[in-house]
Design a protein around this ligand. Structure first.
Ligand code: NAP
Length: 289
């Protein structure tokens, strides 16, 4: 029930129509009995500064930021926390009486979901596929969580190299980089404890494309974490399971990053189970047939 006291939150990006955050956040507000709502705002590139000014002018409680503005939005904020500054991207803005604070809950959300899945990254050897926004977020938290080595591979080797160079000052472990055709990829996979797919390969509507790597190159004890959440069961996940590996899909990260945003905005503990269920139901309805 929306009334004169309803606190409004939202999502700024382009496109936003596909987003499951409105469903997840509104279910969470409802479950906690909070007089809040969450709406998507499709914003074009020219409109971004005005959209951020509107967060202040309309006294919104805060917003999430998605593709393509996670990096660009930083210059319009009053402050950013350490994690967002390191990653160089913001996915959550909190409006504190007109001062806009930027946070990045993607990395912390990924780490929380990994630990919920029973995997502690400390001391583990990791292979990361992709070097875009999501890869940046997860790689900064994994090196800070004490992994023992990281090898990053992207279609474009220089992009992986740039991410590796950015990580070196904060990483307490070796960080290697290469392209997907590199002979060091199968070697790194054979030694890996954790393979993380942060490339869009396998994502709807290209869910029938071959996986980015052949999971048969992994050891059977490895865990495969696919950040892709739609579909919830990607080809990489199916083939890794057939190999005997443990697997985690991207919906856990989506829920955990949303839960952390919810907690930053409201100060309430997020109803993670409610959010998870809302997301799983929506993904099931959208599943490719
Ligand atoms: P992005 O910024 O576009 O980065 C994707 C990166 O992967 C780019 O560097 C791209 O290279 C590279 N790439 C493309 N095809 C590849 C391949 N075959 N092998 C290796 N690298 C390849 O996208 P993003 O925001 O990081 O998102 C990546 C994926 O993570 C998407 O599927 C997204 O839905 C998912 N994601 C999930 C969550 C979650 O909560 N579960 C959160 C964020 C993102 P080019 O630039 O050369 O194309």
């Amino acid at each position: 029930m929306i009334n004169g006291s309803t606190k409004v939150y939202g999502l700024i990006g382009d496109p936003v129509e596909h987003s499951l955050s409105p469903l997840m956040q509104n279910k969470a507000f409802e479950a906690c009995g909070l007089n809040c709502c969450y709406v998507p705002f499709r914003v074009d590139a020219v409109g971004l500064p005005a959209a951020i000014a509107a967060v202040r002018a309309l006294n919104l409680g805060g917003v999430n930021v998605t593709i393509p503005y996670k990096e660009r939005v930083v210059e319009y904020l009053d402050e950013v926390d350490r994690s967002a500054a390191l990653i160089g991207a913001v996915n959550t803005i909190v409006n504190r009486e007109g001062r806009l604070a930027g946070h990045n809950t993607d990395g912390a959300g990924w780490l929380a979901s990994l630990r919920e899945g029973g995997f502690e990254p400390g001391g583990q050897r990791v292979v990361l596929l992709g070097a875009g926004g999501a890869a940046r977020a997860v790689s900064f938290v994994m090196v800070q969580a004490g992994i023992s080595s990281l090898a990053i591979f992207d279609l474009v080797g220089s992009k992986a190299g740039k991410l590796a160079a950015d990580l070196v000052p904060v990483a307490g472990c070796p960080v290697a980089a290469g392209d997907m055709a590199s002979s060091s990829l199968p070697v790194a996979m054979a030694e890996a404890d954790l393979l993380v797919n942060a490339s869009p390969v396998g994502m709807f509507p290209n869910h029938d494309a071959p996986p980015p790597v052949d999971p048969r190159q992994l050891g059977e004890d490895a865990l495969v974490y696919d950040l892709v959440y739609n579909p919830s069961r990607t080809k990489l996940i199916s083939e890794a399971e057939a190999r005997g590996c443990r697997v985690l899909g991207g919906s856990g990260m989506l829920v955990c990053q949303g839960a952390l945003a919810f907690e930053l905005w409201t100060g309430y503990k997020a109803p993670v189970e409610v959010m998870h269920q809302a997301l799983e139901e929506a993904l099931w309805l959208q599943r490719p047939v």
